[in-house]
Design a protein around this ligand. Structure first.
Ligand code: COA
Length: 171
């Protein structure tokens, strides 16, 4: 368990595979935008959280769950921030930004790229990702559900070739 940096309130972050945690995350998704508009139910979300290729990091304040961030470090999409969600009361306090910085450090150990998607109507999330250095690399039309697109974004530290050269031998 770590504590997120740069916040005035202590928020812990730690990887979880606990069923109760993953069920809580699936409930958070199913009861919030953008997943409501995308018609992603609890039953749709839980298997994604349980996928062995995904890593779920739970965010807690004073031992109470307040959100999570899920990444993929393996498979075809190395370095993908698949989902981030905070409970309503925990939003707008910088926790999302701090959690993204935390997983970026994990991803940048294995890849020079971090990828993230935001739904076309989720302008708040897009604005946040742009502020954090993510650039739009494509539009996935009608990706999750017809009528809404996914904005595919990337933050990069350079090419794979340069990344390999710069990486210390013992890293
Ligand atoms: C998006 C989200 C993870 C950002 O985390 P956060 O801790 O609220 O964000 P921060 O406090 O670090 O940064 C604030 C910025 O986040 C964005 N933001 C804030 N509330 C938001 C909300 N309810 N939905 C989407 N984006 C939001 C805005 O760009 C905001 O910038 P502003 O204050 O200049 O308007 C969080 O708001 C959330 O869980 N939203 C609902 C689920 C969601 O949209 N997840 C992203 C799916 S791609």
């Amino acid at each position: 368990m770590d504590t997120l940096k740069g916040l005035s309130i202590p928020v812990s972050i730690g990887k979880t595979t606990e069923t109760e945690d993953l069920q809580w995350c699936a409930r958070l998704m199913a009861s919030n935008e953008p997943w409501i508009s995308l018609q992603r139910t609890y039953e749709d979300s839980l298997p994604l959280l349980e996928d062995p290729l995904s890593e779920v990091y739970l965010l807690q304040k004073e031992g109470v769950r307040i959100g999570f961030i899920m990444i993929k470090l393996k498979g075809s999409f190395t370095g993908y921030i698949q989902t981030i969600a905070l409970a309503d009361s925990a939003r707008g306090l910088g926790i999302g930004e701090a959690a993204i910085h935390y997983v970026e450090e994990l991803i940048f150990r294995v890849s020079p790229n971090v990828f993230i998607c935001a739904s076309s109507f989720n302008t708040g999330a897009q604005k946040l990702y742009q502020r954090l250095g993510y650039e739009v690399v494509g539009i996935l039309k009608d990706y999750v559900i017809k009528g809404y697109d996914e904005v595919f974004m990337r933050k990069t530290r350079g090419s794979f070739h340069d990344f390999k050269i710069q990486k210390p031998a013992n890293a």
